[in-house]
Write a protein that binds this ligand. Structure first.
Ligand SMILES: Cc1cc2nc3c(=O)[nH]c(=O)nc-3n(C[C@H](O)[C@H](O)[C@H](O)COP(=O)(O)OP(=O)(O)OC[C@H]3O[C@@H](n4cnc5c(N)ncnc54)[C@H](O)[C@@H]3O)c2cc1C
Length: 415
């Protein structure tokens, strides 16, 4: 039997490892289009960007470790899928499969229809992180971050740490942390302001253009300065402009295959998109049995949990519980953790708050069940409350989390 995995990052590699752990002895072909050994992305916007980690510290598995798993790791790109023939097309030819795992992740998007916005750097790959780190490496540089989500906040954090002047430009008037409402995002805004980040949350951006280098400043590095024109016509001059304005799943190569695609590969609650075809990680939209809604959960632990889940399905093990979304971030030294489902239309409830620490929850207004929890500088309370979410999901028939499943701790550099 041959399993082909398209995408050799955390989701794809975790699926391959989980298959071997489950005792799968057939062929595993892992296809990846990046030149680096598989690496972890969360540290890119944290330890790599602020310089506390060297690039090799993000490596998940070296080529030797990958060979030890008995994987056929091919550096090539998947270009098409023929479901009827059970074949995948690649830049190195066609390849038959008995089971296929789609793990091609996501890529950054820039704000559409903004002239010059392609001048903005983005952050998705290790090379992106190193380029951004270099661009921010001189204290006193002016950095404009486009975007109001968690990634934008993390970039702003690293830029302040590097001694840059930082303006964060949003459009909606508020910061966003997934779908979580103002009880949390107002705290993040205060955190930015007390750490010297200038917020322009309602401004939006109208254009980005190059301006003449300033002698002794950008001229020395040959880097042009940029003029960022905000939606209301005001200009901000910047040495570095970076766009953290969202991502889209890498499904282009699957168009025309007949797979259901709608902001990701649509899957059932077990990651099945078609017979013997599964999707995991940032490219996938699994149905969440707790809410009945299909969601693309772009979090690293979800990618690992889904990989483990799909490996068990391929091996014919009884369907395990659906993975529970888990996410963490670090903004100006404050740790933020979220577990479970946090619907936008349910205001958060404060469960505990003292000494700058808080535990918040999303409680189902009808059943009172705990759908999800958030820890704000409250790692211990958060850990203690996780079983509440698992219990209530089980009561709702959605299954509990698998974050402690074998292998997760092996693969994931824990925050
Ligand atoms: C800067 C940054 C910070 C993050 N921080 C956090 C965090 O703090 N907490 C958290 O939970 N999550 C975080 N995330 C999200 C997390 O990294 C992702 O959820 C995770 O990387 C998803 O893994 P994946 O394997 O599905 O996709 P990816 O990591 O995107 O990997 C997909 C791989 O497939 C390859 N590929 C794409 N198309 C093809 C093709 N056609 N053929 C072959 N190969 C292909 C890609 O090049 C890539 O190597 C962060 C992400 C970024 C970018």
């Amino acid at each position: 039997m041959r399993v082909v995995i398209a995408g050799a990052s955390i989701a794809g590699l975790s699926a391959a490892e989980a298959l071997r752990r489950e005792g799968f002895r057939g062929d595993i072909v892992l296809l990846g289009d990046e030149s680096h050994a598989p690496y972890s992305r969360p540290p890119l916007s944290k330890q790599v960007l602020d310089g506390s980690w060297s690039p090799d510290q993000v490596t998940l598995r070296t080529p030797v470790e990958i060979r030890a798993l008995g994987l056929d790791h091919r550096h090539c790109r998947a270009t098409g899928l023929d479901l009827a023939a059970r074949e995948i097309a690649t830049t190195e030819g066609r390849l038959g499969y008995d089971a296929l795992v789609l793990a091609t992740g996501a890529e950054p998007t820039r704000p559409g229809a903004v002239p010059g916005v392609d001048r903005a750097l983005v952050l998705r790959t290790l090379d992106d992180a190193l380029a951004l780190r270099e661009a921010m490496s001189r204290p006193g540089r002016d950095v404009v971050v486009l975007g109001a989500g968690v990634l934008a906040s993390e970039i702003a954090t690293a830029a302040r740490r590097a001694g840059c002047h930082v303006t964060l430009v949003g459009r909606s008037g508020a910061l966003t942390v997934g779908t979580i409402g103002p009880l949390l995002t107002d705290r993040v805004a205060t955190l930015h302001e007390t750490n010297g980040v200038h917020l322009e949350l309602a401004a939006g951006v109208r254009a980005v253009e190059d301006v003449a280098p300033v002698p002794g400043r950008s001229a020395a590095t040959g880097t042009p300065r940029h003029r960022v024109t905000l939606g209301d016509g005001r200009d901000i001059l910047a040495d570095v402009v970076v766009a953290a304005t969202g991502s889209r799943p890498r499904t282009d190569w699957l168009h025309g295959s007949g797979l259901p695609i709608e902001d990701g590969v649509l899957c059932d609650a077990h990651g099945r998109a078609a017979p013997d075809v599964h999707a995991i990680g940032d490219v996938a939209r699994w149905m969440d049995p707790a809410t009945g809604v299909s969601t693309r959960v772009d979090h690293q632990t979800s990618a690992i949990d889904q990989a483990h889940h799909v490996a068990q399905s391929i091996q014919g093990a009884p369907s395990p519980a659906s993975p529970v979304p888990f996410f963490w971030s670090g903004i100006h030294g404050t740790r933020l953790q979220a577990y479970g489902t946090l619907p936008a239309d349910i205001p958060l409830t404060i469960l505990e708050e003292s000494g700058g620490r808080a535990l918040l929850a999303s409680l189902d207004p009808r059943s009172g069940r705990t759908l999800g929890i958030i820890g704000w500088r409250a790692a211990r309370a958060f850990r203690d409350a996780r079983p509440l979410v698992d219990r209530d999901r089980q009561l709702a028939g959605a299954g509990a989390g698998t974050a402690d499943s074998p292998g997760v701790r092996d693969v994931l550099p824990l925050p």
